[in-house]
Write a protein that binds this ligand. Structure first.
Ligand code: APR
Ligand code: ZN
Ligand code: ZN
Length: 364
């Protein structure tokens, strides 16, 4: 099969022929129909997130099951699935206590290039090629673990719902699963990329008001308005924390979300909430990044939370979010700004770096 391979940091992905082993016990093989291009793939390319190479990136895949391994009971050939950035074993203490995003079997392998059992399915000329998030969806086929593939309704367009594998679910889940934002709550969203815009959609669905969008790019703020932001704050023009306070009687918001992955904006979301408010760190910062908070302000009941992957329970939440899209409640279709073929994948990263797109999707 054809796959996009990264051989060295900061180089272009090369389309190469790879071998893919049959699905093992508890695994399925998926014929890829579409896969989103996420900022975390770019972080792996740049080295901000170190990964072993050569590697096939991609972790927002969606497709059709075309083979099932021994012991698979919940998926069948022909099922439409959205793959998840949060595959899990279903059996460890984190999984059994309802936190599959912390799966103790998956955590050590997701950035280590391996499948959940510590081995490889991808090979070239007999040598192992590394996996990303035990998924590697920048390829025509992928073998994934059963609980890393969420069956979705057949009538859902896979090129629209693919970003629910990671970015869209991360934004929606942060708002609905982690924060449980209630009607009338005041919300600030820092970062209006694919993740932040998904957070804005969810805040609107939850009935939040106001919804204050923060970005440094005017075109991203325009998109934010079209997804339901009630107020727009350009952080390149003036201090975003002061602008948020000005919009909230000097007090700050109930909930603030960091959907970027930067130290300065992580510190800003903590400043943007009122005493007793809740700040959520959702963006993935480069390894080694630290942030700090004003100690006296913190003393007055500020709550700061880390939310990985929107606390998504893939097989429960992804079909739920797909239904909300199909019923007109989450405009995921407008998130997908551009479609590229696999051979054009480097152009998709260029467009991301230039801030031109909310989300690009590779279609096979
Ligand atoms: N203040 C406000 N907004 C900023 C700033 C800043 N200082 N710097 C960048 N931004 C905006 C960008 O203009 C862009 O619109 O943040 C947005 C980030 O969007 P994308 O690059 O499209 O990233 P996205 O895919 O949405 O992911 C965001 O979530 O899951 C994590 O790893 C992922 O860290 C990444 C984050
Ligand atoms: Zn991602
Ligand atoms: Zn587990």
């Amino acid at each position: 099969m054809k796959a996009a391979v990264l051989r060295e940091p900061n180089t272009s992905l090369q389309i190469e022929d790879l071998d893919l082993a049959d699905p093992g016990p508890g695994e399925v093989r998926v014929r890829m129909v579409a896969t989103g291009v996420c900022h975390t793939d770019a972080s792996a390319i740049s080295g901000a997130i170190p990964v072993p190479m050569p590697i096939v990136l991609g972790h927002e895949g969606a497709g059709v099951v075309d083979a099932v391994g021994p012991g698979v009971t919940t998926l069948h050939v022909g099922d439409h699935v959205v793959l998840s950035v949060m595959p899990s074993c279903g059996k460890c203490a984190s999984c059994v206590t309802g936190q599959p995003w912390l799966c103790q079997v998956a955590a050590p392998v997701l950035f280590a290039g391996k499948m959940l059992d510590g081995t490889y399915r991808l090979r070239q000329d007999g040598s192992a090629v590394n996996h990303f998030f035990a998924q590697s969806s920048f390829a025509e086929y992928a073998v994934v673990t059963e609980l890393g593939a969420a069956k979705v309704r057949d009538d859902a367009p896979l090129d629209v719902v693919a970003p629910l594998a990671c970015g869209a679910s991360t934004g929606i889940g942060a708002v609905l699963n982690a924060a449980h934002v209630e009607p009338g709550a005041s919300v600030a969203v820092f970062g209006c990329g694919g993740v932040g815009l998904s957070g804005i959609m969810a805040a609107r669905l939850a009935g939040a008001d106001p919804i204050i969008a923060v970005d440094v790019l005017p075109n991203k703020l325009e998109m934010a308005a079209s997804f339901g932001a009630t107020h727009l704050v350009n952080a390149a023009q003036a201090d975003p924390v002061q602008q948020i306070r000005d919009l909230t009687h000097g007090f700050g918001v109930d909930y603030a979300f960091e959907f970027i992955g930067r130290k300065d904006t992580m510190e800003q979301v903590i400043e943007a909430i009122h005493p007793g408010g809740h700040a959520y760190i959702v963006g993935g910062a480069p390894v080694g990044t630290r942030f700090s908070a004003d100690a006296l302000g913190f003393l007055f009941g500020k709550n700061v939370h880390g939310v990985v992957g929107g606390f998504t329970r893939p097989t429960v939440d992804i079909p739920r979010f797909v239904n909300l899209y199909m019923n007109g409640k989450l405009p995921l279709d407008r998130l997908v700004s551009r479609r590229y073929s696999l051979s054009e994948i480097n152009d998709a990263f260029e467009a991301m770096h230039h801030g031109e797109v909310a989300r690009s999707v590779i279609v096979f």
